[in-house]
Design a protein around this ligand. Structure first.
Ligand code: XMP
Length: 326
């Protein structure tokens, strides 16, 4: 059986030269494993699956097919960026699946956090399975597994795996970055020419914005999460916080409060801002975001996001709170 232990002789990849050497080595290894056969990959647009896709496409070209499932819980602009980068820059065979209605219909009325995760995970497997069955002669399944996933050292992907593909769709795995730590994956991603915004993305949970639209997801409240998240990201980038803060996002809870707009009374949702720093996601502290910036973001969110009349800043470290709200 293939070892799941990082070779002791493997040097830590910290420079472009080391990344280039790793890329050349992996291209040869992938070609030796796969030959002229076809490879399938679920491309979420996260760092790991993106680096994996770029690397395998360098090795086998059009024999790689990527499937990008838009489950409606992605951040603003993400599906477009995935299609743009992988179709235009890497010339990859990319199947884009618009599964937004399917997921949101399945999620309607589901309010319990773990149940939501199960619905999203199970539906994802179903969509991916359908796409895999449409393609012929696939023998390999590529996965962006990285070393911390194997070591299970952190909770970041711990809730991730919800079952798997059925037995008749068991492909041989291709896992070219399984011995890399996250920082090494980023160095390799840059060396492969992936855009900075993709390589240096903050962690994003598998169930996406779904766990930030607290309680049962509705389309209008999900849109409020997506739009407020886009404003927060834009302002953090403009103000030098994007590369500094480990994870930052907005949450829209499932309750309303009173407000006033143009002299009229409103009854709308609040948006909660979360900005935290951590080493391993096991404990976390809150970023000291400048008050003036918070005021500016509040002004933008209350004016630009439909259905929102109030903005709150979450001051709670982990513990006692978790990083996400669900
Ligand atoms: P919590 O909320 O448990 O989050 O303090 C710790 C880290 O894990 C991420 N997270 C998830 N990642 N699937 C994932 O892939 C999930 O279901 C999930 N839930 C939380 C969270 O964003 C944070 O970085």
């Amino acid at each position: 059986m293939e070892s799941n232990k990082r070779p002791e002789t493997m040097e830590r990849i910290t420079t472009k030269a080391l990344a280039d050497a790793f890329i050349a080595e992996q291209i040869a290894a992938i070609r030796a494993q796969v030959g002229e056969k076809k490879v399938l990959l679920a491309l979420s647009g996260g760092v790991d699956s993106s680096v994996c896709a770029a690397l395998i496409s360098r090795a086998v070209g059009k024999n790689l097919t990527c499937v990008h499932v838009n489950h409606g819980l992605l951040r603003k602009g993400e599906p477009e960026q995935v299609c743009e980068v992988f179709r235009k820059q890497f010339d990859v065979n990319l199947v884009y699946v618009d599964a937004v209605d399917r997921f949101l219909d399945k999620l309607a009325g589901v309010s319990e956090p773990e149940q939501k995760r199960k619905v999203i995970g199970a539906e994802f497997i179903r969509v991916f399975e359908e796409e895999a069955r449409k393609l012929s002669e696939i023998e390999f399944l590529a996965q962006g597994t990285i070393y911390p996933d194997i070591l299970e050292s952190g909770p970041v992907k711990a809730h991730h795996n919800v079952g798997g593909l059925p037995d008749d769709l068991k492909f041989e795995l291709v896992e070219p970055i399984k011995f890399l730590y996250k920082d090494e994956v980023r160095v390799v991603g840059s060396a492969l020419g992936l855009p900075d915004a993709m390589v240096n993305r903050q962690p994003f949970p598998g169930p996406g914005l779904g766990v930030r639209c607290v309680g049962a997801i509705t389309r209008d409240r999900l849109e409020a999460v997506r739009e407020s998240d886009a404003i927060l990201r834009e302002e953090f980038a403009k103000n030098g916080l994007a590369g500094k803060v480990w994870q930052y996002f907005t949450i829209v809870p499932d309750f309303k409060s009173t407000g006033i707009t143009d002299g009229k009374r409103t009854y709308e949702w609040p948006v909660v801002i979360r900005a935290i720093n951590t080493r391993d996601a096991v404990t976390a502290t809150v970023e000291n975001v400048p008050f003036e910036l918070l005021e500016h973001i509040t002004d933008r969110i209350t004016h630009e996001v439909r259905g929102v009349n109030r903005v709150l800043f979450d001051l709670t470290p982990k513990p006692s709170a978790t990083i996400e709200w669900e």
